[in-house]
Design a protein around this ligand. Sequence first.
Ligand SMILES: C[S@@+](CC[C@H](N)C(=O)[O-])C[C@H]1O[C@@H](n2cnc3c(N)ncnc32)[C@H](O)[C@@H]1O
Length: 215
Amino acid sequence: MSPIYVLGVGPGGAAYLPPRAKELAAACDLLLGGRRNLALFAGLGVEKREIGRDLEGLLDFVAAVYRQKKVGILVSGDPGLFSLLGPLKRRFPPEELEVVPAVSALQYLFARICLPWHDALILSLHGRPRETFAAELAAAVRQHAKVALFTDGTNTPASICRLLLEQGIGERLVHIGENLSYPEEKLYRGSLEECCGLSVGPLNVMVIVDEKREA
Ligand SMILES: C[S@@+](CC[C@H](N)C(=O)[O-])C[C@H]1O[C@@H](n2cnc3c(N)ncnc32)[C@H](O)[C@@H]1O
């Protein structure tokens, strides 16, 4: 029986798609993924199925088919960073999973802004109601010289900068990466006040730096 392939595809640009993910995807009978990730394999004549937000439904479906079909699950960035590896491991034993690592959107942003990230605190605000993270985020930004965030269309960089100002956070440098690795990629940088006014597309990540403490 083939393992379930958990294939990191990187931030989305074809140049960052790992060769190993390409090779294993081509050997699959069925590829599961979000629309953006499936688009990377548009030219591949393998059955594809788009997945949405129903995580339990996805896990049930994989459990039902993986003994008959070679299944590849495409995930954005790296599978182990705020992604599907955790939920998959709660359902399937590790020997039934083969994981292909890839460049995370945050790792990519750190490279573009030329900042090391071994000392960054990484949080995900993706899909989280504001009241579940407001205090945690403010405390994290106070404690850490570098905080890196996965955002979404609701928890936008502008709303996060406003929240931090409301929480009394002082001077910080904010870096934002939009549509990273795609031809439409954009980078922004500015103070919390300046970034409050930005309108950024829903696919973005941000890094908040306390330049006084950053080595
Ligand atoms: C559920 S998280 C998954 C993170 C992923 N495992 C990783 O390592 O990058 C999805 C978030 O990643 C970010 N993201 C993914 N691709 C991106 C891109 N090309 N440009 C900017 N942000 C991106 C967005 O913040 C999005 O909300």
